[in-house]
Each structure stands twice: as C-alpha cells, then as structure tokens.
Design a protein around this ligand. Structure first.
Ligand SMILES: NC(=O)c1ccc[n+]([C@@H]2O[C@H](COP(=O)([O-])OP(=O)(O)OC[C@H]3O[C@@H](n4cnc5c(N)ncnc54)[C@H](OP(=O)(O)O)[C@@H]3O)[C@@H](O)[C@H]2O)c1
Length: 264
C-alpha cells in the first residue's frame, strides 16, 4: 500500500528503540525524511545510522528529553516544520504499593507522560494548521482506558493525555490536522526489558527473567497468546501518519492482542 507520504518531514520523538523505532522504520520505508529523538545519545545515533542505511532515508538524530522544556526547544530548533509528529516515551516503572506513591512520583509521571507530549504538540499544531495538513500520533498505553493497579505511573497521566487529544483533535481537524492515539498492550521491547528489576521489586519476586516472565504471563491473559514485537504496531502508526487516515480523528486504537475486553 502506498502511504502517500514520500518526501514529507516527520518527527519520531522517542525513536531510538521499541515502538518508536519501529514506527520510524515504517516512515523511513515510505520515503519520509526523519528527525528522531531520545535521551541516550549512543543508541540514538546508532538507530539513525541503521535506519538511514536500511531504507535510504535522511534520518537526523537529536538528543532531546521530551519531558524537559530545553529538550522540546532543541527538537523545535532542529525541526520547526514537520508534516508528521509521533511521540512516545519509555514505559514508566511498575509502582508497587500504591500507598507509597508520593507527590514527587506523580509530578514525574505527569511531566513525562502528559506535559511532555502536550507541549510538543502545542509547539507544532500552529505550524501544521498554517500548512493546512498534519498528522500527530501519540503512542501511549492501553492502561489509559484499562486501569491497572501496578501501572499508576503510566495509566492516569495517559488517561489525561487522551482526554486532551479528544478535545484538541476535534478543534484542529478542520485544518487538516488529525491527532490520534495508539494504546499498546504488552510488547517485548528494549524499554520493557529494562523494567525487569522494577517489576520484580513491585511484586516481591526474585529478579531472574524466568520468574518474572512466568508471573507476568500468568497475570496478563493475552488471547492472541503471545507478547507482541514493536513491529506489530508500527503499520498502524504509519497509517495514522498518512493522508489515508483523513477521516480518523481523535481515536484511541488499542493494540493488545485482545487482552482487555471492551466494545469500544
Ligand atoms: N512495552 C510494553 O509492553 C508497553 C506496554 C504498554 C504501553 N507501552 C507504551 O508504549 C510506549 C513505547 O514503549 P516501548 O516499550 O516501545 O519503549 P522503549 O523500548 O523504551 O522505547 C522508548 C523510546 O523513547 C525514548 N524515550 C524515552 N523517554 C523519553 C523522553 N523523555 N524523551 C525522549 N525520548 C524518550 C527511548 O530512548 P531513551 O530511553 O534513550 O530516551 C526510546 O527511544 C510507551 O509510551 C509505553 O508506556 C509499552
């Protein structure tokens, strides 16, 4: 399928690993010029090089923490006029006992998972409106609509994010700017692997991979029967970044192997 985005400019904020990188690859494959960001430079630069070599695309790495104003400004300076903006972060760590969460924990979660994406969107929506076309995709989490007691540092801030985008998307759609969210379930990514010890601590387990995996699979019944790869969501992200999604506005697309039962 021709996504009709060849020659467009895209930002993948959080593009050096996991679902962000998989999305960047699909966009590069479709002929888009890319700026990818992350906090850790070495992996970011390597990802840009690999994507560029594999797909023959222009890929510019920009070290920028989306949760910090200086990071958002660095991104804006590097790419002031994208046609496409996709945003993600690393999955926040499992929280353990909810009674131990402090105001500082909540502030960190909100800075990273809510204010960061909102502020990046706020920087670029006027630019896209001016052009009369734009696509924004937030790669958030299914716990935004399916609360989970161990995902309190991820779900509540994303519930607010999808509430925000539900309103804003309907305001900007008439300018050709569409905002949608992807809500992933359980994926085997670099970010998920980095949480092994946090997961073990949250559930009082030994931090060995087999114990954690067994506990995880027993407590997450996934009808599809497997943990997804990042590549399992990237085609949907690329579609939402294209003109083919012109009638898809303010939606939350759950990609979770059927884990959560819901009609909508
Ligand atoms: N994996 C899962 O099972 C799972 C489940 C539910 C929801 N999700 C959600 O899916 C999204 C992607 O997760 P993933 O597993 O693909 O993560 P991942 O493998 O850690 O990849 C995240 C990417 O974003 C970058 N990043 C993280 N924080 C950033 C920040 N503040 N500013 C800029 N870049 C940042 C990371 O690089 P640096 O770390 O170097 O910055 C990396 O490039 C997240 O929103 C996560 O909550 C994941």
């Amino acid at each position: 399928m021709d996504l009709q985005i060849k020659g467009k400019k895209a930002i993948m904020a959080g593009g050096s690993a996991g679902m962000g990188r998989a999305t960047a690859e699909r966009l590069a494959e479709a002929g888009v010029d890319l700026v990818i960001t992350a906090r850790r430079e070495e992996r970011l630069v390597q990802a840009a090089k690999e994507i560029s070599e594999q797909y023959g695309a222009n890929v510019t790495p920009v070290v920028a923490d989306s949760s910090k104003e200086e990071g958002r400004q660095a991104l804006f300076a590097a790419c002031p006029d994208p046609d496409i903006l996709a945003i993600t972060i690393k999955p926040p760590a499992p929280n353990g006992d909810f009674l131990k969460l402090t105001p500082e924990d909540w502030r960190a979660s909100i800075e990273t998972a809510l204010i960061g994406p909102i502020e990046i969107m706020r920087n670029y929506i006027p630019v896209m409106k001016e052009k009369g076309w734009g696509r924004i995709v937030n790669i958030a989490t299914f716990s935004a609509k399916n609360p989970m007691i161990w995902r309190l540092m991820s779900g509540p801030a994303r519930s607010a994010l999808i509430n925000y985008t539900a309103g804003v998307s309907r305001e900007v759609a008439k300018h050709g700017v569409n905002i949608n969210n992807i809500l992933p379930g359980m994926f085997q990514t670099e970010g998920a692997s980095e949480l092994l010890k946090d997961y073990a601590d949250a559930f009082g387990l030994e931090p060995d991979p087999d114990t954690v995996r067994t506990h995880f699979m027993e407590n997450n019944k996934i009808p599809a029967g497997f943990l997804a790869d990042a590549a399992d969501m990237a085609p949907m992200a690329a579609l939402l970044c294209s003109p083919l999604s012109r009638f898809i506005v303010g939606q939350n697309i759950v990609i979770d192997g059927g884990q959560h039962y819901a009609l909508f």
